[in-house]
Write a protein that binds this ligand. Structure first.
Ligand code: ZN
Length: 459
């Protein structure tokens, strides 16, 4: 299907993208959507007491459901109860931590019995650690999720999902060899123009701006590093993009430099978001620049690995431990996604008037960009290791034309896979020297954080 897509003329690409778009639209929205959006807005004014009651009840339901409905946890509790028959799964503190690897290696074991035989949507986490995790969701879950998303992203900025929008995401919608526009594909199903993030250069910036002007999207959903780079070209060349109501950033930490470039180029709110794939924790920025937690999505705890204990103080750093409250089809309890940050502030009074907690700052989620010899800066970590049997990998840019890959191989990894990764890198970067270091574990940062990409270039 993919090779058919890439070898097709533009109108056929539009047709395929639009069919996919209508399919996604069916998954995401239903006649209940408006009602769910209203309810999500009502909850924004709940007191912390109301949230506490609601979440305790929901958590109790999810814990019981997870312990009895899915093969992985059923097994965990059978073993636990053999040693300690009186231990109850009704209390979160009795549950073990769940490493991302465990879910990545066997995602189907987390799918609940009642959901196993219904159609499930499969989402991939953005795979910033070089290892995508599959998340299964039934349509009811997807619809509830997208209603909250619509309420807390678009509606906060007076936008709706049916309006025209532009997407700058990681999908390879245009062949890497293509040297002339269109570097985008129209998707009628989602009323979207999807832009390739791999073709933005100083030369092509004007083509992107022309396409934006012609399409006139109301808002953009972007990798901030990518739109930041395009914004930089726009400013340098004095180009005039059309008026945009808001830019929603996802998948990466928003760096100040990129935010400033985007703001200067588009002169509209640049909105940060958190946690868009796993449905275990989420937050988004209001018009006052405050990240608000979405409390109905997940229950967040913080863990300190070194002290081997949970963190309860708001000014202490810890690893995110998340329990999903929304996805019954694949319950994840005490899931560690590798992010490091602080607990939400439930007493914060925001000028926007909403009573949603202020989300704790994330310390480690910076995805660096790889630099190419012709001056582009790319975000390629999502796709570089896709489908290759690796456990984890770190990409190091030693020099502009020298790449080192520190890699932990999965059992079925062969020499062919190294060649596969090299070929992808050549396609992105041209003629570069590539070396592989096979190791047992990729060294971590001082703060315990995995860094998927390291650059030794000075900018
Ligand atoms: Zn606010």
């Amino acid at each position: 299907m993919l090779s058919l897509y890439h070898s097709s003329p533009y109108p056929f690409k539009v047709l395929l993208a639009s069919i996919h778009g209508y399919h996604l639209r069916w998954w995401r929205y239903s006649r209940d959507t408006e009602q769910f959006i209203l309810e999500a807005h009502e909850r924004e004014h709940w007191t912390s007491e109301q949230w506490k009651n609601w979440r305790e009840e929901r958590l109790a339901y999810m814990l019981h459901y997870a312990a009895t409905q899915g093969p992985y946890y059923r097994d965990v509790w059978q073993k636990t109860r053999r040693n300690n028959p009186s231990l109850s799964w009704n209390y979160l503190e009795n549950w073990p931590l769940l490493e991302k690897d465990t879910v990545r290696n066997n995602p189907r074991l987390f799918v609940s019995d009642t959901s196993r035989y219904k159609p499930l949507f499969v989402d991939h986490t953005s795979g910033t650690t070089g290892k995508p995790t599959l998340i299964y969701q039934g349509r009811d879950t997807v619809i509830k999720w997208y209603a909250i998303l619509d309420a807390r992203l678009r509606r906060w900025y007076n936008l709706v999902y049916s309006q025209k929008w532009g997407m700058f995401g990681g999908q390879k919608i245009v062949s890497f060899n293509q040297k002339s526009p269109p570097y985008w594909v129209r998707n009628y199903g989602l009323n979207q123009l999807y832009f390739s993030v791999f073709h933005i250069t100083q030369q092509s910036a004007k083509d992107y701006v022309a396409a934006l002007k012609e399409f006139c999207p109301s808002y953009l959903v972007v990798y901030p590093s990518i739109l930041g780079t395009l914004s930089h070209h726009i400013l340098e060349q004095g180009l005039n993009p059309p008026e945009i109501s808001a830019v929603f950033c996802n998948s990466e930490k928003v760096l100040d430099t990129h935010r400033n470039f985007m703001h200067a180029a588009f002169n509209c709110p640049i909105v940060d978001t958190y946690g868009m794939a796993e449905m275990t924790s989420a937050a988004s920025e209001c018009q006052f620049g405050v990240m608000h937690e979405w409390p109905e999505v997940g229950f967040l705890e913080l863990y300190n690995q070194q002290a081997n204990s949970f963190v309860h103080s708001q000014d202490q750093l810890g690893e995110f431990v998340m329990t999903g409250l929304i996805n019954e089809d694949m319950p994840l309890i005490r899931y560690i996604n590798g992010d490091i940050g602080f607990l939400p502030d439930t007493s914060y009074k925001c000028a926007c008037g909403r009573l949603l907690p202020k989300f704790g700052k994330i310390q480690g989620r910076a995805n660096d960009l790889i630099q190419t010899q012709d001056g582009r800066r790319l975000y390629i970590l999502d796709s570089l290791f896709n489908g290759v049997p690796i456990v984890e990998a770190q990409l190091i840019q030693e020099k502009i034309d020298e790449i080192r890959i520190i890699l932990v191989r999965d059992i079925s990894y062969t020499e062919k896979d190294s060649q596969h990764i090299s070929n992808r890198l050549y396609a992105y970067l041209g003629d570069v020297k590539i070396t592989f270091d096979f190791v047992d574990k990729v060294p971590r940062e001082k703060n315990g954080k995995f860094r998927p990409f390291v650059s030794h270039l000075s900018y």
